[in-house]
Design a protein. Structure first.
Lengths: 279, 331
């Protein structure tokens, strides 16, 4: 039985799921272990109030940070199918069902359309909490459709990447999403519509090696891990320790692969500036 | 001869054959009937072994130490070839080769991964694992081909793009992404052949084209079976299962509509009769390019965009369904 059918036969309510953590709870920084109230943490753009560490956040958190109030979510009816009947220790079907139950999301990317300082912007943002932000057919298709919306409405595109790479359980189909997303971006480029690529912690594998690196503007949040191969794989291959700060946003900036690094508190302001420059 | 584990039944037959032949050389005993008998047995055994290979066995064949590589095919297919080196920036990657070639009087650009033919050369070629400058050299050559109207042929055979410090420092991801983006827009015909291993972005980095073909015993996947096993089963031991689960064979890829055609190999694999394999490839290249040249650049480009835009499997849930998940059992 397909995962979606199983879900439908389980609990079913009309309530729109929204993850809310009560403000009274505490947040502990994953880096320096400093604790603050969740409210303080959230008001500080989900950064540690002491060390400024940017905690990983979800697609809808970014939408809330970027848009002037409300936004429309697009294509959230698209869901994965276990076309290959992929089974390792668990079946792919069960993996997606579990990921959905855990996160309330339908796949590893959500797309929103709305106004940023009164100008239209389409944003496709990835969720690491959904199978490691892995790219399968749904991620590819949602990006493809986002490009189509941008072409139609002449709106700039922002993609916020946060991914471990291609989704193994879709094998060659996930690999081909690298080609698919890159192909669609050529259409955006031909129409001279700007594409902003924000890489957040972590952006690796097939996502980095396709749409994430193809922005007219490539930028990142401080200290984000960005690379092609994961650090563990590299370490095992070369059998040496990796240099300090290797594959960090700062390292990529230094080596010429990012235009700039932006603190999350200034993200919206920077987007407004960019959209103004590009007109 | 090198025999893979599943080819072991053949090894003893070949040994018998060698012995009989030695006998024949020494004396005047007529052994031709015995030779014929063993040869028939070999033929039957081969047929038994090579029809119905598992995914993992195909992977093994694709990595056979005697399997022909890009430069071999080039030497057999082209009357003339001049290798062109370097990305004009950092250096010359040895894991990707390319250059100008002549087939039947027409100039082509041929680019491909190159593995080494012995221990020393395997290191020199970095086991067919390219660094960013390999992908950038490939792009430089493709752009040159586009400028002068030469069709492009790519041979893909890599266990993956190289995961190293310098590769990351010089932008492995950017180099591959750039190629995907640029290859779509090339105004000349581009055809790609997976001739051995087609692992992940390292393969796709020279693999976007009007037509993509796979040799019968090659494989194409988002990850190698070993790495897949390591990640999902947390040990290398499940590589056979991983190879099955990934559905990485040419048959699967054709069934999925992700490639255009399978190029048959000689029974037992390309290495058993490389000359025949090269001839088949040459014929295939000529046929495909002849067809593609009939199209205008605009037609080819829009067909490419259409083809890749349609790749993927997903479905839509009914709009009225909203399902409340059981929340936050783990972080
Ligand atoms: Zn902290």
């Amino acid at each position: 039985m397909g995962w979606f059918k199983r879900l439908k036969e389980g609990i079913q309510t009309a309530t729109k799921f929204k993850k809310e953590t009560p403000d009274g709870l505490w947040h502990q920084c994953t880096k320096c272990k400093e604790t603050s109230t969740y409210k303080e943490f959230k008001e500080n753009y989900f950064k540690c109030i002491k060390c400024g560490h940017h905690e990983r956040i979800g697609s809808h958190d970014y939408f809330d940070l970027i848009y002037d109030g409300k936004y429309d979510e697009l294509f959230d009816d698209l869901i994965s199918t276990d076309f290959l009947k992929f089974t390792d220790l668990t079946s792919y079907d069960e993996r997606i069902e579990k990921a959905h139950r855990k996160t309330g999301l339908w796949d590893a990317i959500s797309v929103a359309s709305g106004k940023v300082n009164k100008k239209p912007l389409v944003t496709a943002a990835m969720d690491f909490s959904f199978i490691g932000g892995s790219m399968g057919s749904v991620v590819g298709e949602k990006i493809a459709r986002s490009v189509d919306v941008c072409l139609r409405e002449r709106s700039p595109l922002l993609i916020i990447s946060k991914s471990g790479g291609a989704r193994m359980m879709e094998s060659a189909f996930s690999l081909m999403q690298m080609a698919k997303t890159s192909v669609k971006l050529t259409q955006l480029a031909d129409a001279k519509i700007p594409y902003f690529s924000l890489m957040t912690d972590p952006t690796t594998g097939g996502v980095t090696a396709s749409f994430a690196m193809l922005g007219d503007i490539n930028f990142s949040e401080p200290n984000a891990l960005i690379g092609f191969a994961g650090p563990r794989v590299i370490k095992e291959t070369i059998k040496k320790d990796l240099p300090e700060g290797f594959q960090s946003a700062e390292y990529l900036l230094e080596h010429g692969f990012l235009d700039f690094i932006i603190d999350r508190s200034q993200l919206k302001e920077r987007l407004v500036e960019l959209m103004d420059f590009f007109g | 001869m090198v025999f893979l584990d599943f080819e072991k039944p053949l090894e003893s037959l070949y040994e018998q054959l060698d012995k009989i032949k030695q006998v024949a050389e020494q004396g005047d005993v007529d052994v031709s009937a015995t030779i014929q008998e063993i040869e028939n047995k070999i033929k039957a055994k081969k047929k038994e072994i090579y029809t119905n290979l598992t995914g993992w066995q195909r992977v093994q064949l694709s990595r056979h130490p005697e399997r022909p590589y890009t430069l071999y095919y080039i030497s057999q297919i082209c009357k003339k070839f001049i290798e062109l080196h370097g990305d004009r920036n950092i250096g010359d990657d040895k894991a990707i080769v390319g250059g100008l070639a002549k087939i039947n009087g027409d100039t082509l650009m041929i680019i491909g991964h190159q593995k080494g033919i012995n221990t020393k050369m395997r290191q020199y070629r970095n086991f067919g694992m390219a660094n960013p400058e390999g992908y950038r050299k490939a792009l430089r050559l493709m752009k040159m081909a586009e400028k002068f109207g030469f069709p492009i042929v790519c041979f893909i055979d890599t266990p993956g793009a190289y995961p190293g410090i310098e590769a990351e420092e010089r932008g492995q991801a950017e180099a591959i992404a750039r190629n995907l983006f640029e290859m779509v827009k090339l105004r000349v015909p581009v055809i790609c052949y997976i001739i051995g291993e087609g692992a992940s972005g390292g393969a796709l980095g020279i693999g976007v084209g009007d037509r993509v073909f796979m040799l019968e015993n090659s494989w194409y996947s988002v990850i190698s079976p070993e790495n897949c096993s390591t990640i999902l089963w947390r040990t290398w031991d499940y590589k056979e299962q991983a190879a099955e689960a990934l559905k990485l064979t040419a048959d699967h890829m054709l069934e999925f509509g992700l490639i255009d055609e399978i190029v048959k190999e000689p029974l037992g694999g390309a290495h058993t009769d490389p000359e025949t394999m090269a001839k088949a490839l040459k014929k295939h290249i000529k046929k495909e390019l002849t067809a593609l040249i009939e199209m205008t650049p605009e037609e080819r480009i829009s067909a490419r965009i259409e083809k890749y835009s349609n790749m993927g499997h997903f479905t839509a849930r009914p709009p009225e369904t909203e399902i409340e998940p059981t929340v936050q059992e783990e972080s």
